[in-house]
Every structure is written in C-alpha cells, then in structure tokens.
Design a protein around this ligand. Structure first.
Ligand SMILES: *[C@@H]1O[C@H](CO)[C@@H](O)[C@H](O)[C@H]1NC(C)=O
Ligand SMILES: *[C@@H]1O[C@H](CO)[C@@H](O)[C@H](O)[C@H]1NC(C)=O
Ligand SMILES: *[C@@H]1O[C@H](CO)[C@@H](O)[C@H](O)[C@H]1NC(C)=O
Ligand SMILES: *[C@@H]1O[C@H](CO)[C@@H](O)[C@H](O)[C@H]1NC(C)=O
Ligand SMILES: *[C@@H]1O[C@H](CO)[C@@H](O)[C@H](O)[C@H]1NC(C)=O
Ligand SMILES: *[C@@H]1O[C@H](CO)[C@@H](O)[C@H](O)[C@H]1NC(C)=O
Ligand SMILES: *[C@@H]1O[C@H](CO)[C@@H](O)[C@H](O)[C@H]1NC(C)=O
Length: 469
C-alpha cells in the first residue's frame, strides 16, 4: 500500500499543533468537566427514558424509525474520550448529516459535538505526526477530510496544513480508494484535473469489471465533479453508468451486502430520472431488515454508512452543504472575497465605532487578587490587541504568550505562569456583566475561541482567571 509523505517543516508544525491541541483539549475537558458530567448524566438519563419509551412505542405501534434507532445506538457507542475508536470521522459525518428534525432528541448536544470534534482533531494530528510508524493511508485521510468538510471546516487549512494536498500528492492504485480520495478532494472544492476524471470515467464505463462498491463510489465522485461548472459538460456521461449500477439490484432488494447497498443508495440519491430501472423502497427494506435488535447494523462503521444511506443527505451532499461560505453551485463565477468585501463597505455595519469593555484579572480559586480596567477601542478589535493596550496602560496587565500556528496562547499574566503539573491555568471568560468574586462565572462562559479570534463588542466584560482545575 502506498503511503503519504510529509516534509520535515510540516512535521515540526504538526508536532507543535499537537502539543497545543493536547493542552487546549485538556483545558476544555477540565474546564468543562463539571458541566459535562452534569450534562452527560442528564443526557444519559434522558436517553434512557427515551429508549424505554421507545421500546414501548416500538412494541405497541412501531412508530420508531430504523434511522432513529441506528442513531441512538451510535450515540451509545461513544467512548470516554468523546470519540468512536477507529470510526470517529465516519460517525461524526453521519451524525452531522442526519436529518435533525427526526433525530433532535437523540443527537448529542452542541457541546458534546464540540468535544467529539476536538477528539477528531487530536486523532488527525496524531495520525500525521506518527506517519513514520503507522503509515497514513488515503482512505483514512479521505474519511477525515470528508468529516471536516461535513462539519464546515476546510481540510485544506487544517491548522495550517493542507490535508487535501497531502491526499492528492500520491496517486492511489486501488480504484475504490482512488474514487474515495477524489470524492474527498472534490467535496472540499479542490480543483480536479482531467487525468483523474478520465480514470473515473473509465471505471464507470467498464462497470462489469469492477465491484459494486467501486462503481458506486465512482459515481459519487463523478456526481460531485459535475457540480463544478467547469465540468458540467460531463453531466450526460453519468446516466448510463448509473442505470447499469441500478440494474445490479438483486431480487432481495439489496446489492449483495449491506455496505454495497448503503453505498449504492447514496450514489443514486435524488436520481429520480432512473427510478424505473430499480426499486429504491426495496433497497431500503433490504437494509432495514438487517438491523440488529439494539438498533445497530453490525458495527459503528457500517451503522454510520447506513445512516448516511437512509438520511436524505449522504456523502454526495457534502460539497453543497450550506456552511455560510459558498453560494451553492456557482462559487466559481463570483469572487467570494470581493463580494463579501463590497457588502461590508456598502453596509453601514462597517462604520468604525468605538466600544467600551472591561477587562478583569483574578488570581486564585478563592480570588485573592483582582484588577479591572476599562478600555475603549474600535469594535471588532481582537481581544489580543486589547490585552496589549491594557499592558501599555497598566503594568498589572502585563502578559506573555507563545505563538502557535493557530494563534497566541497566553501562559503568563500579572507574573503568574500556568502550571500544568499543578493544574493551574489561566481561563478566559466573556461575560455579560462585571464579574463578582462572590458569584463566580460558570464554566460555560469560558470564551469559545482563542484571544486572536475573540472580537470585542459593546458591553463585553472579559475575565482572565488563574485557577486550579
Ligand atoms: C469500514 O468499512 C469499510 C467497508 O467494509 C472498510 O473498507 C473500512 O476499512 C472500515 N473502516 C474501519 C475503520 O474499520
Ligand atoms: C418496490 O418494492 C416494494 C417492497 O418490496 C414493493 O412493495 C413495491 O411494489 C415495489 N415497487 C415496484 C414498482 O415494483
Ligand atoms: C449609511 O451611512 C452613511 C454615511 O455614514 C449615511 O449617509 C447613510 O444614510 C447610512 N445609511 C443607512 C441605511 O443608515
Ligand atoms: C464586526 O464583526 C461582525 C461579526 O463578525 C460583522 O458582522 C461586522 O460587520 C463587523 N464590523 C466591523 C466594523 O468590522
Ligand atoms: C477557599 O475558601 C474556602 C472557604 O472560605 C476554604 O475552605 C478553602 O480552603 C479556600 N481555598 C483555598 C485554596 O484557599
Ligand atoms: C479587589 O481588589 C481591591 C484592591 O485592589 C480590594 O479593595 C477589593 O476588595 C477587591 N475586591 C474583591 C471583590 O475581592
Ligand atoms: C476611538 O478610540 C480611539 C482611541 O482608542 C480614538 O483615537 C478615536 O478618536 C476614537 N474614535 C471615535 C469615533 O470616538
């Protein structure tokens, strides 16, 4: 199997991101642990209630859908580190694309999803960092890229590393892996060159010589590619291979096994023009009849694949997800940056306006030192710049930060340095009112982003609190 290569410079960067992530992750995990524990108990409790009432419903009315039971089972398989062993990206993709309206009560909370996402980021960094011992395989990387995209993160800018570039760097020998990698690159809106497209078309046109999963994945990749206006002229080439795939349906409704059937359902999703060549309902029935009593389809890997097949959105939907960044299909006709810029210069929201905020330092879990300063600065100034202003005005606010690929990490303030060994950390809060040591803020008010990405708004109150976690 071919493996992917990384250069030394990328590696150093990755190692640094890794350390930072571990630190950030432990911060998040420790910082939130109380609430999470609390939330988790509530979630589990609610979940237990749901499943019990569901069991009643299932026995009495059979209301409950196969999809809902599969999702509920996936959530129960989550590990203590918020991941799903080898299947974290696949399960996260399935949970994200599942129709929220049928699953709202079953799905993890936003906070839980964030923790799972952090776990996935750690997995990717470990994967890249250890690539000499455990080779990074293209399917593994494709899975992570698709998951990042499904969650609206750009895999071409993973902490400064271009995962799609790494993926495209080596051509994959195996056709299924090749089609999967192209689907991942295309879903990230990377440009796909002529040669790989030709190879996909060759596979599609010689479907008899290939396995069903390879053909289904190839159709998924090609359907993604024709969404790019530069390749719209290829739309017509999809019809015949799709019909040929549809005709492979067997009398039992399936396409040989659960995996092939789930992948084919995704490949032929929304292709209503070929409906008379196969029976979609029979394929769904085939899948649903193979569900285990506990809701699983054998294992998390296969269950996630089935969830994608039974949802309205499968892997083929990832490219066009509305992440607020693109306007559907025509992204290449307009200069997105230019458009956004012209909106903001013509809108009055862009009027430079000064805002006033307060910035407080607390030292000690039982606050033993406190200082507050009030500052005025243009709206949307980063909190990092505000900290620099405060330091210039008042020596009590002096600080030191280290620079990481994803921004500054403040480790020392007012002479107190973080002591990870003793679990002493500086936690940053963004609050609606001036903090009061007799009623300290709850953990969910910890700022969601780093000091560089935190932009000040009128009436914000910031608190950096040095405390033992
Ligand atoms: C998931 O299933 C697919 C298809 O059987 C397989 O190729 C892949 O290796 C599995 N992934 C994991 C992590 O086991
Ligand atoms: C499709 O399959 C379903 C379930 O097996 C069956 O009820 C239905 O009649 C089939 N439809 C057609 C058009 O054959
Ligand atoms: C936008 O701002 C300009 C100048 O600052 C002003 O002339 C215009 O009336 C404002 N438009 C709106 C809709 O407030
Ligand atoms: C400040 O940020 C908000 C949200 O990002 C944005 O809508 C607004 O246009 C920005 N204002 C300025 C003056 O940059
Ligand atoms: C904080 O205050 C409480 C009660 O006033 C006290 O029991 C505790 O020992 C104090 N903790 C520290 C670290 O001083
Ligand atoms: C904050 O510090 C000042 C001295 O700088 C002190 O007078 C005040 O009581 C402190 N406030 C609290 C709530 O600890
Ligand atoms: C905004 O604040 C800066 C100082 O931070 C000051 O120089 C500038 O004049 C202020 N602008 C307005 C419009 O108040």
């Amino acid at each position: 199997m071919k493996t992917l290569l990384l250069d030394g410079e990328a590696l150093t960067g990755i190692a640094m991101v890794y350390l930072h992530l571990i630190l950030a992750f432990s911060l998040v995990a420790f910082g939130y642990s109380q609430d999470v524990e609390l939330q988790q108990t509530t979630t589990n409790y609610a979940y237990k209630e749901t499943t019990e009432s569901m069991r009643g419903v299932m026995e009495n009315h059979k209301y409950e859908s196969s999809l809902q039971r599969a999702l509920a089972w996936l959530v129960t398989q989550r590990e203590g580190n918020w991941g799903w062993r080898n299947d974290t990206p696949k399960v996260l993709t399935a949970l994200t694309l599942a129709p929220q309206e049928v699953a709202a009560a079953l799905l993890p909370t936003t906070l839980e999803m964030q923790l799972s996402f952090k776990q996935m980021e750690v997995e990717v960094v470990v994967l890249l960092w250890r690539h000499h011992e455990v080779p990074v395989t293209p399917p593994k990387l494709s899975q992570y890229c698709l998951a990042l995209n499904a969650l609206c993160y750009d895999p071409r800018q993973f902490h400064g590393h271009d995962l799609i570039g790494t993926l495209q760097h080596h051509e994959t020998v195996q056709d299924l892996e090749f089609a999967y990698a192209i689907l991942a690159a295309c879903s990230a809106r990377a440009h796909i060159r002529k040669r790989p497209i030709r190879r996909l078309l060759d596979i599609a046109n010689t479907a008899k010589d290939h396995n069903i999963d390879t053909v289904a994945m190839t159709i998924l990749a090609l359907r993604c590619i024709v969404k790019d206006h530069r390749h719209r002229n290829l739309q017509h080439t999809l019809r015949r291979p799709s019909i040929n795939l549809a005709r492979q349906q067997q009398p039992d409704g399936g396409f040989g096994n659960l995996y092939n059937t789930a992948l084919t359902l995704q490949a032929l999703q929304d292709m209503n023009e070929i409906n008379n060549h196969w029976n979609r309902t029979a394929a769904r029935n085939y899948i649903e009849s193979r569900q285990d009593p506990d809701g699983a389809f054998t294992d998390p890997n296969l269950t996630a694949e089935v969830v994608l097949a039974l949802s309205d959105r499968g892997l083929g939907a990832i490219r066009n997800l509305d992440c607020g960044k693109f306007d559907s299909d025509d992204e290449n006709h307009v200069d997105i940056d230019g458009l956004a810029k012209s909106f903001s210069t013509h809108g009055n929201d862009s009027e430079i306006r000064n805002v006033t905020i307060t910035y407080t330092l607390w030292v000690g879990s039982n606050v033993t030192e406190n200082s507050t300063i009030s500052l005025t600065a243009p709206r949307n100034t980063s909190f990092y710049n505000v900290m620099q202003m405060a330091m210039d005005l008042d020596a009590r606010f002096s600080f030191e930060a280290s620079e990481w690929p994803n921004g500054h990490y403040v480790h020392t303030l007012a002479g107190y340095k973080e002591e990870p060994m003793g679990y002493h950390y500086w936690l940053l809060y963004r609050l609606p009112e001036l903090p009061d040591p007799t009623a300290p803020p709850a953990n969910q008010l910890v700022a969601p982003v780093g000091v560089d990405d935190l932009l000040i708004e009128e009436g914000d109150h910031y608190l950096f609190w040095y405390k033992k976690l």
